[in-house]
Design a protein around this ligand. Structure first.
Ligand code: GLC
Length: 798
């Protein structure tokens, strides 16, 4: 109740009383429509159906078909030796938005009868089909999962599966929950949070029916290609239920890193972003004018705070009409963009899907003429309520609508806008009660085959991203598209970044956003961040500082807040906040070559930039639940301070050898310890053997962290290119090892993008007595300045 009152008050303050009253009418109307139109969702009867008994099995090219009575058929196909697609027929086909790959190399599959069961095997995985339709997944002798046959009831279906003892669960998209989702019960319906949310809110704006079950005995990954509303419960067992749609899912064998590599072969990988997007973004709902934005930019300059991107929220539009500009407050957007570009700053503008109903507004008129908007079953255009008032919603599952919508992006890109921010695309329709979205009977085209909002809802943000991405590709083919979204679904990583929406302000929410970001990355969506300081409240300087520090090491680094809050640019807080923010902005710049290289890794294998700590020690069950620290790549362990007043914290250092990033003190991992963390310190540790490509004043600096005693070779990468476009790149591989006391770095390069002529190398962990670069002795020192790229470096301790 309190929450409800708080949200209503927030609504009144942000949109005014008149709009708040309209939300009552909107909710009532949606309820009435949902009552009046028959739904495609058939409620459960008392008589669930099962596949019955197995009658026959038949091998196919890459799998087998199993015929059951009740005319159920089970189709299993191995797409790779570790990835199987399972479909139960008859059931409606999946939508074509998540899975992009159709062709797969051959897999050697065998089908063998064993008693009254069948064994279908690839070289890595066996699926045992029991006579009642139960499926058991085995890697060698290890049984990983036993799954009951689906049970159908009305249009809904459910299934239960065993989970290995101690298995941790990760994924399901964005969750305001601990990193390990077990035990817990989660919804699968993308949901706008009406202004603010905290720990425990569920579901959030972006759900994805994917999860890892990770344990010491084995790991697997599930993806249900079904966009209907549903529920997943992780307890003793995993129980999944969808209220409609087909029974099509994928089982992937492997630890999270390998599983994500497979899953993103199926659903696509995140393309390389333009480098600027990895910089710092300043945003605010409520920047009143061009003047205001220019002053903010000047503020960054005056305080010597590096700034890469400025966002323009809905304030720039004329009465919140998308693709328009308030000419009074933004008289010359092009000039403003040009001026920003001159200072090396990029511009991002928000776009909401809701189009104001206004006969004098071309986007509305043309959309109506093109039949671009979602309709109700009676053929009338569906109406919802968003910032501009009564609005209609483009149907992005219709190809012609995507093309029509996409051409309007030229209005912004032609003015010099660099990237686009998609918001309110669950889609949100402001409501006083009930589900704050469009009515479920609303129709969608779904590439011509037709469907309703029960099926189309979760696809809305994803298909809007598809439209926005293709528009940018078409309009500006020489540049990489950049999109940010609030909502999405499985596969969205192909097109867009994500942020965690309207997270409330507090220490609890700072803590929560960390597990949320980790879990989203493990769902295949690596580019995500949260509004620094929270969206709805005003963080005090300590909370702001800690949030800022953590975000500086997150994939998406943005300061943003609601218009109802006091300003929160770093200087609002005075000192020492300004200096601390400067320090972390500079750190971000210094780490850019490393972070950019992680982007390249994500584009090649789907691996998230920010990973749970167990990533570096996947067998250590102690680490499975750790969600107050994270790895940025494989080289950096980040342990942010997440508690008020804390000037130290407990950390778990995974096994291996580590360096304190700041003090260079060395530690042997596999222990818990306390680290001090004054307000200006974000505790960070570098894994020995890592080579971190960094930059300092425009010069590349390779930081080599020598293995302390460990033998063996550690590999690090440095990827570089022009920062945008699709021209040449270079990929450096470094093998770092320690042999008989000497530190050895072998450097190989692939690609045509030129390496810098001169660079620096900083050696950590060895006091150099003698240094050989490609056999030639150079002046020893731990900071080698202005040297040429080499093939081999040998450092003998002094
Ligand atoms: C939504 C967004 C928020 C934005 C606001 C106004 O609440 O989540 O980021 O500032 O709308 O556009």
């Amino acid at each position: 109740m309190l929450d409800y009152i708080e949200k209503t008050l927030f609504a009144v303050r942000s949109v005014g009383l008149r709009m708040t009253l309209r939300t009552v009418w909107n909710s009532w109307r949606r309820m009435r429509l949902e009552k009046n139109y028959p739904s495609s969702v058939v409620p459960p009867s008392a008589q669930p159906r099962h596949p019955g008994e197995l009658l026959s099995a038949q091998a196919t090219q890459r799998g087998a078909h199993f015929q059951f009575d009740e005319s159920f058929k089970l189709e299993i196909e191995f797409l790779t030796p570790v990835m199987a697609r399972i479909s139960w027929q008859p059931s409606p086909p999946p939508t074509p938005y998540a899975v992009v790959r159709q062709e797969w190399p051959e897999v050697a599959v065998t089908l063998e009868e064993q008693g009254d069961s069948w064994l279908l095997s690839s070289p890595a995985l066996t699926i045992k089909v029991h006579p009642c339709g139960t499926l058991e997944y085995l890697a060698g002798d290890q049984s990983l999962r036993i799954e009951t046959p689906p049970q159908l009831d009305g249009s809904s279906w459910q299934q239960s599966a065993s989970l290995l003892d101690g298995a941790s669960i990760y994924g399901l998209g964005e969750r305001a929950a601990p990193l390990n989702l077990r035990p817990g019960n989660y919804g699968l319906w993308n949901t706008e949070q009406s202004g603010s949310y905290r720990f425990g809110a569920d579901p959030l704006y972006m759900t994805a029916p994917v999860y890892h079950a990770h344990s010491q005995k084995g790991s697997c990954f599930l993806f249900y290609d079904n966009s209907y509303d549903g529920e997943i419960e992780f307890g003793e067992q995993a129980r999944v239920q969808f209220i409609g749609g087909g029974i099509h899912y994928y089982f992937i064998l492997g630890a999270p890193e390998q599983a994500l590599a497979q899953y993103t072969q199926l659903t696509g990988r995140p393309p390389m972003p333009p480098r600027w997007a990895l910089g710092f973004h300043q945003s605010r709902w409520g920047y009143a004018s061009e003047q205001d934005i220019r002053q903010v930019v000047d503020g960054f300059k005056q305080h010597d705070l590096p700034l890469d991107v400025v966002h323009m929220d809905i304030d720039y539009m004329d009465g919140f009409r998308v693709f328009t500009l308030d000419q009074q407050r933004y008289p010359d957007l092009k000039k403003m963009a040009d001026d920003l570009h001159e200072q090396g700053i990029r511009l991002v503008t928000i776009i909401d899907p809701g189009v104001k109903i206004d006969d004098g507004y071309d986007v509305y008129q043309e959309g109506m003429a093109q039949q671009a908007f979602c309709k109700l079953p009676d053929g009338k255009t569906a109406v919802g309520l968003v910032w501009p008032g009564w609005s209609v919603f483009p149907d992005f599952t219709k190809p012609a609508t995507r093309t029509w919508w996409g051409q309007y992006y030229a209005r912004l890109l032609d003015q010099g806008v660099d990237g686009i921010w998609h918001d309110m695309n669950e889609p949100a329709s402001m409501s006083a009660f009930g589900d704050p979205t469009m009515p479920r009977p609303m129709r969608h085209d779904i590439e011509g085959r037709g469907g309703d909002h029960e099926e189309g809802h979760n696809l809305y943000g994803l298909t809007m991203a598809l439209a926005g991405f293709e528009a940018q590709q078409q309009l500006r083919p020489e540049r990489r598209p950049w999109l940010l979204t609030r909502s999405g679904w499985a596969g969205m990583q192909r097109y867009t970044w994500l942020w965690s929406g309207d997270v409330g302000t507090g220490w609890d929410t700072l803590r929560m956003t960390l597990s949320l970001i980790l879990g989203t990355g493990m769902s295949g969506v690596p580019y995500i961040g949260s509004d620094i300081g929270g969206f709805t409240g005003h963080a005090d300087s300590e909370l702001f500082t800690r949030w800022f520090q953590m975000s500086a090491l997150m994939p998406f680094f943005r300061n943003h807040a609601a218009r109802t809050t006091p300003r929160s640019e770093p200087w609002v807080y005075g000192e020492p906040t300004i200096s601390i923010c400067r320090r972390y902005l500079q750190l971000r710049q210094q780490l850019m070559p490393y972070i950019y290289s992680l982007s390249w890794q994500a584009s090649q294998s789907g691996v998230p930039l920010v990973r749970p700590v167990f990533w570096v020690e996947p067998d250590n069950a102690e680490l499975f639940k750790v969600d107050d620290s994270f790895m940025l790549g494989d080289g950096l362990l980040v342990t942010p301070v997440l508690e008020e007043g804390a000037m130290e914290r407990q950390i778990i250092l995974p096994k291996g050898e580590w360096f304190d990033f700041w003090s260079e003190e060395k530690y042997i991992g596999g222990q818990q310890m306390s680290v001090s963390a004054a307000l200006d310190t974000l505790p960070m540790f570098v894994r020995a053997g890592s080579l971190l490509p960094m930059s300092q004043d425009g010069r590349i600096v390779l930081h080599v962290y020598s293995p302390l005693q460990g033998e063996g070779s550690h590999t690090s990468q440095w990827y570089d290119d022009a920062g945008d476009g699709y021209e040449e790149h270079q990929l450096s591989q470094f093998a770092v090892s320690r042999r008989q006391g000497a530190l050895q770095v072998d450097w190989t390069v692939d690609g045509q993008f030129p390496l810098p002529e001169k660079l620096d190398v900083v050696i950590h962990g060895v006091e150099p007595g003698k240094v050989l670069l490609d056999g030639e002795e150079v002046q020893p020192g731990s900071h080698l300045r202005s040297i040429e790229p080499f093939n081999q470096m040998l450092v003998y301790p002094g």
